[in-house]
Design a protein around this ligand. Structure first.
Ligand code: UGA
Length: 443
């Protein structure tokens, strides 16, 4: 079976490499020359733990090319895994999916199954099928299958090889059988349904998780007001298997390339169909406010941030990725800069991309020590291991005023109890708040 995967981002490349791991020979197509060059040198264009090793292990089964025309020509199964970014109005931009569909239609000379892995609005599979059939240049039969993915950045390989389900939206028994042959080596349970339901499973899953995060974040905000502890609350809730203990980690909101985009896209689709998705609208609104939660906290300690030395730990939207899309750091740093703060940041993985947006406005540090030295306040935006595992006495030893605003609840409250560090996290009581108020007053 000749398999081609179009798009070498998180979805496409991880899918291709995992398919090769179970024995398939896969051709990866992309339109960006730098990516294909890197791949041909054995390097992954995305930061994803374990991916490069797997590429190396299966290098004889993987080919990377810019030549889609040739790759599609005699393919049996073609996966479309290109991006569907957000448009200004919140809807999904399907430009790249259609570009691939056009190239497929004009070049295939074999009957083929075309699998849409990209997250696409409900109804898209059907439209793409018509579009390809209308534009075919050869007399061939094509079928479109919806096969959404559920991988998370940072754990993408494991999430794919050991997924909890494989969702297949199919129109015919023939397509179902071919897809089961593709996934035979994975040995995972299937959900077989129609294409609209498969498309909806993807959005409904992502939006439910986003809603769960916004829900726990609202509970956390209320916990702070009424003196409850959100970690204990989440633990108590999560032990009920009907609720589950995952995605109840309160913080400064969800970011990344999926939840923000997919909540807005489903909301847009509902509006477009004259339906109001009240829960998802609320999740979006809560998340927008939550991202600025640390700034609100900072203003409790300082009337103005002008001239203050601000230490920032973590820039990426979550650990184990260099992705900055919709990261809380990108919401907060422009405001801190506008307010006249001097920012020093530490994130060895996220720094390179952040520098492209803010080349000179902030100082990028090489060590935690350098970042914290003389700081008047510290913002933690990402729960990297280097933050969670650091010796917290460094805050006290190095900062001018040891106020730590932790947007990801990296530490236990107890660890700050016998220190002079103000530790202000999400949904939990602030430790040592009064001690520092006096120190600041002295300054
Ligand atoms: C998400 C989904 O988890 C995947 O199942 C899905 O396949 C993927 O989107 C996609 O559609 O491609 P991802 O965006 O990589 O994956 O990251 P997550 O680990 O889900 O985290 C998203 C955001 O939620 C992060 O900013 C994270 O910090 C935040 N989060 C997560 C919380 O604030 N609390 C939690 O309890 C969990």
């Amino acid at each position: 079976m000749k398999i081609v995967v179009s798009g070498t981002g998180y979805v496409g490349l991880v899918t291709a490499v995992c398919l090769s791991e179970v024995g398939h020979t896969v051709t990866c197509v992309d339109v960006v020359k730098e990516k294909i060059d890197m791949l041909n040198e054995g390097k992954s264009p995305i930061f994803e733990p374990g991916l490069e090793e797997l590429m190396q292990k299966n290098k004889d089964k993987l080919t990377y090319t810019l030549n889609g025309k040739l790759a599609y020509k005699d393919a049996d199964v073609i996966f479309i895994g290109v991006g569907t970014p957000e448009k200004k109005d919140g809807s999904a931009n399907l430009k790249y999916v259609y570009e691939v569909a056009k190239e497929i239609a004009e070049n295939i000379e074999n009957n083929a199954i075309i699998v849409i892995k990209s997250t696409v609005p409900i109804g898209t599979n059907k439209k793409i099928e018509k579009y390809i059939r209308d534009n075919l240049k050869h007399d061939v039969k094509i079928e479109i299958v919806s096969n959404p993915e559920f991988l998370s950045q940072g754990t993408a390989v494991r999430d794919t090889l050991h997924a909890q389900r494989i969702v297949l939206g199919v129109n015919t028994k023939h397509a179902e059988e071919i897809m089961k042959r593709v996934y035979d080596g994975f040995n995972l349970p299937y959900v077989i349904t129609n294409r609209e339901s498969a498309e909806m499973i993807k959005y409904a899953s992502n939006d439910f998780l986003a809603l769960k995060i916004s829900y726990i974040n609202e509970i956390a905000n209320l916990c702070e007001i009424v003196g409850a502890n959100v970690e204990d609350v989440a633990k108590g809730m999560g032990m009920d298997s009907r609720i589950g203990n995952k995605f109840l980690q309160a913080g400064i909101g969800y970011g990344g390339s999926c939840f923000p985009k997919d909540t807005k896209a489903l909301n847009w689709l509902a509006n477009f169909n004259d339906y109001e998705l009240k829960t998802i609208k609320a999740a979006i609104e809560v998340n927008t406010n939550q991202k600025l939660k640390l700034l609100k906290k900072a203003r409790k300690y300082y009337d103005s941030l002008e001239g203050l030395n601000v230490a920032v730990l973590g820039l990426t939207f979550k650990p184990n990725t260099d992705d900055l899309r919709e990261a809380p750091s990108l919401e907060n740093i422009p405001i801190l800069l506008d307010d006249g703060a001097n920012i020093k940041a530490y994130d060895p993985v996220g720094e390179k991309r952040f520098k492209k947006i803010y080349p000179t406005e902030i100082k990028y540090c090489k060590t935690l020590e350098e970042t914290l030295e003389n700081a008047d306040i510290c913002f933690i935006f990402t729960e990297w291991d280097f933050v969670k595992n650091m010796d917290i006495s460094m805050y006290e030893k190095l900062m001018r005023v040891p106020i730590v605003l932790d947007g990801r609840n990296c530490y236990s409250l107890e660890s700050f109890e016998n220190t002079n560090i103000v530790y202000d996290s999400i949904g939990r009581k602030t430790i040592n708040q009064n001690k520092i108020a006096k120190d600041i007053a002295k300054n």
